[in-house]
Design a protein around this ligand. Structure first.
Ligand SMILES: *Cc1c(COP(=O)(O)O)cnc(C)c1O
Length: 375
């Protein structure tokens, strides 16, 4: 089945009493056990609404199995703590989500796990691998500079060395990119972003083979990051329109990137869909569309906060992936806590703005972004 069909149909369980088309929301935390082979409990990730949402994601990612968690961070934390042991070493690509970075910095040392950060290029990531490296964790495209990692090339390097590869696929979504098909072992999402898609749900997902996801689940059970039945259902419902939303967001972003790229009042535009983008060739190979996220620099002389205040449609807000277009200044939001020297090294300047393209009319979004340039 194609993605659009899987999004609507995969994983669904009919409601038996009345024949309703939608999955019933089973709110029970107490579940009879005598006639079941398995003890069921919402925190064990084995209830009906969990299974439907997880199975839909497994279909979309081409995975054997999956877990739905209470946030993207619960998913990432369960992967790191579920799979890493004292004495292991991990290679992380630079440009990870700030919360992931904070988790690594706060907790890996404490449990005796060593790690290195490397620039998100194949050569630098490979060079950071040591004899004791057990995991390679990357994001693609990255936030906010939309750097593209060559997923297949890394998988080819890591697999024969027994290194578990994990990709945070939040920005690309399972519609545009499937890391498992490219050879990675696990894929993680902040479902809070595109999967939920309406800025009203916080959740996360992990998908991959049964053995690895099983280990992640054991840890997740102990740490308790389960999602309640209503929110599992909300995720299931949202996923049904994922393909429609993401295709529109991706088309809109491409049109916006082209228009901004051509405007002298805009500096650099970071979008892998632009032919001039350094990640374009790899993105064209591993993605089916370039996504709804892009960043751009305002030309010298345009004050970024004043620019944001002049916008009438596009809303200055953190988070991303919703049906409405939102924009933020990474320096003041997602990358606020990063040391200034580090931000400068990466090229995250005050004039850099990150746009999460919504499903509104592309012309309306472009019109708003341009009118605000005039001051
Ligand atoms: C938001 C985000 C996360 C964390 O997800 P939460 O749902 O906020 O816990 C992880 N990775 C990326 C790329 C994100 O954008």
């Amino acid at each position: 089945m194609k993605k659009a069909t899987e999004a609507v149909r995969a994983g669904n369980r009919r409601e038996n009493n009345m024949g309703g088309l939608n999955t019933p929301v089973v709110t029970s935390s107490a579940i009879e056990y005598l006639d079941d082979s398995e003890v069921r409990y919402p925190r064990y990730f084995n209830t009906l609404n969990h299974a439907v949402a997880a199975d839909k994601m497994s279909a979309l990612e081409g995975a054997e199995t999956g877990l739905v968690t209470s946030s993207g961070m619960a998913a990432t934390a369960s992967i790191l703590f579920g799979l890493l042991q004292r004495g292991d070493h991990v290679v992380f690509s630079e440009g990870l989500y700030g919360g992931t970075y904070a988790l690594i910095a706060a907790d890996l040392d404490r449990i005796g796990v060593a790690y290195s950060f490397a620039e998100p290029q194949t050569a630098t990531l490979r060079a950071a691998v040591r004899n004791d490296t057990r995991m390679l964790f990357a994001e693609s495209p990255t936030n906010p500079l939309m750097t593209v990692v060559d997923i297949a090339a890394l998988a080819e390097f890591a697999r024969p060395r027994g290194i578990v590869t994990v990709l945070d696929n939040t920005f690309a979504t399972p519609i545009l990119q499937n890391p498992l098909q490219l050879g990675f072992d696990l894929v993680v999402h902040s479902g809070t972003k595109y999967l939920g898609g309406h800025s009203d749900l916080i959740c996360g997902t992990v998908n991959g083979p049964r053995d690895l996801v099983g280990k992640v689940r054991e840890h997740a059970i102990n740490h308790g990051g389960c999602l309640n039945a209503q929110d599992c259902y909300l995720l299931e419902r949202s996923l049904k329109t994922l393909e429609l939303r993401v295709r529109r967001q991706s088309e809109n972003a491409a049109a916006i990137a082209q228009r901004l790229h051509a405007d002298p009042r805009v500096g650099r535009v970071f979008y892998p869909g632009l032919a001039s983008d350094p990640g374009h060739a790899v993105a064209a190979r591993q993605m089916d569309g370039f996504g709804g996220m892009l960043s751009f620099e305002l030309a010298a002389g345009i004050e970024p906060v004043a620019y944001l205040r002049r916008l009438r449609l596009v809303t200055p807000a953190v988070s991303l992936g919703g049906v409405e277009s939102t924009i933020c200044q990474p320096l003041a939001t997602s990358h606020q806590k990063m040391p200034a020297a580090e931000r400068e090294r990466l090229g995250i300047t005050a004039s850099l703005l990150r746009l999460s393209t919504g499903i509104e009319d592309a012309g309306d979004i472009i019109g708003d972004l341009l009118q605000a340039l005039d001051g």
